[in-house]
Design a protein around this ligand. Sequence first.
Ligand code: MG
Length: 159
Amino acid sequence: MSMRIGQGYDVHAFGDGDHVMLGGIRIAHERGVVAHSDGDVVLHALCDAMLGALALGDIGQHFPPGDPQWRGADSRAFLRHCNRLIAERGWKVGNVDVTVVCERPKVGPHAAAMRECIALDLGVQSDAISIKATTSEKLGFTGRSEGIAAMAICLLVRV
Ligand code: MG
């Protein structure tokens, strides 16, 4: 097999704070997110997509939320760890496509920085990383701004 594909999904509730982390980028916001780590839904969904492509379980198994060593963790460390796991098995990221679902903050102005950041950690060109965003038209938990969600899909190719 020369290609593998995986998908991931993550949600965090909004809570007290003054910023959210998305795709490794700090974005000023009137709310933060409730999370054990830095609560970066983009990177968490992407990690799950990468792990899923090789049937390596999920992010909660690799970085248990009850483990104090991950308190406030920079999710870029999770991403780099997942990238090492796939590299050790002879794979690399071909491309990534992420959709962020929230009413706010606005993702578009930060998408280029997020793509650069993720590309750097994965050792690929930024044109292999797509970051998209949508609102949910004020419907559901994202529409009521109770939380933020992200979906990711990732293709792996043989090195
Ligand atoms: Mg998460």
